[in-house]
Design a protein around this ligand. Structure first.
Ligand code: SPV
Ligand code: MG
Length: 290
């Protein structure tokens, strides 16, 4: 079964789909082992792993390669954050061809102008594309995909840009009309109120996707009660990893040896396990001449 068919199955069965952000294949592996149903190959995480701002600086092919590596390491579906689609509808056509061929189950596109700034960036440029232009990108994506199962998520940035609920709803309906499979409504408010209000008014039911980075208080139970279909924990693994690495480095410098941190860091044996070293050794027994 393809990964997009797997994701479709998750969309069709009752209950919420929990997606964890991964900035590389190792983080994706941990998300899979942690029981998440899918992985978000997010622009923030991947650009951060290049130590570059999340501002359409990293190219489509770099994001594609990162998504491909992530997908290759896991058996759960990958949702690729494709920003604005890397340009106009012509760019979207090529993007869908490339991401679908790479085995990515879903792409998410946001209705901002290229180049974009990260949605959570204070003082960031949050310029919205005209509705008709973004509808064209959605139609281009849907007409390009080969498999019916491939999922196109349309991300509404009207609340991020401060254009208000009416504009957000107008855009969500327009994107549903254009063929979007799901609507991601994004918010940078520190309470869930804004997205809750949107969901209450959004009647033309297409699955709703949330990224609750700035309103972490919302529970999985509340999301289920709101009938949110997919929740993306976009950047928590990245932020956890950065903090853990910094703490470790600081302790090594402070104590002059690595003994004090030994019981706080995973054994090398665990890294071997994550890398599939045991499986490699089994294959050696089968195929190598000793
Ligand atoms: C990402 O993780 O890259 C996202 C979500 O697009 S946000 O960082 O909130 O824009
Ligand atoms: Mg992003």
């Amino acid at each position: 079964m393809s990964k997009s068919a797997k994701l479709r199955e998750l969309f069709e069965r009752p209950g919420i789909i929990r997606i964890a952000g991964a900035h590389n294949a190792l983080a994706a592996k941990l998300a899979e082992r942690g029981g998440f149903e899918g992985v978000w190959a997010g622009s923030l995480g991947i650009s951060a792993s290049y130590v570059l701002p999340d501002a359409s600086i990293v190219s489509m092919s770099q994001y594609l390669e990162a998504a491909r590596q992530i997908d290759e390491a896991i058996s759960i579906p990958v949702v690729s954050d494709c920003d604005t689609g890397y340009g106009n509808a012509n760019n979207v056509i090529y993007m869908v061809r490339m991401f679908e061929t790479a085995g990515i189950a879903a792409v998410s596109m946001e209705d901002k102008k290229f180049p974009k700034d990260n949605s959570l960036l204070e003082g960031g440029r949050q310029q919205l594309a005209p509705i008709e232009e973004f509808q064209g990108k959605i139609r281009a994506a849907k007409d390009t995909q080969k498999s019916e199962d491939f999922v196109v998520i349309a991300r509404v940035e009207a609340l991020i840009a401060g254009w208000g609920q009416d504009e957000a709803l107008k855009r969500a309906y327009a994107y549903v009309d254009a063929g979007a499979d799901a609507i991601l409504i994004h918010s940078k408010k520190n309470t869930p109120d804004e997205v809750v209000e949107f969901i209450k008014h959004f009647k033309n039911r297409r699955p709703v996707v949330l990224v609750p980075t700035t309103y972490p208080i919302i529970t999985i139970k509340e999301l289920e009660e709101l009938e949110v279909k997919m929740v993306i924990y976009a950047n928590q693994t990245l932020r956890a990893a950065v903090g853990a690495m910094e703490d470790t480095l600081e302790e090594i410098r402070r104590s002059g040896c690595t003994l004090p941190i030994e019981d706080q860091i995973v054994p090398v044996k665990y890294i071997f396990e994550l890398q599939g070293t045991l499986e490699m050794k089994e294959k050696e027994g089968k195929y190598l001449v000793s």
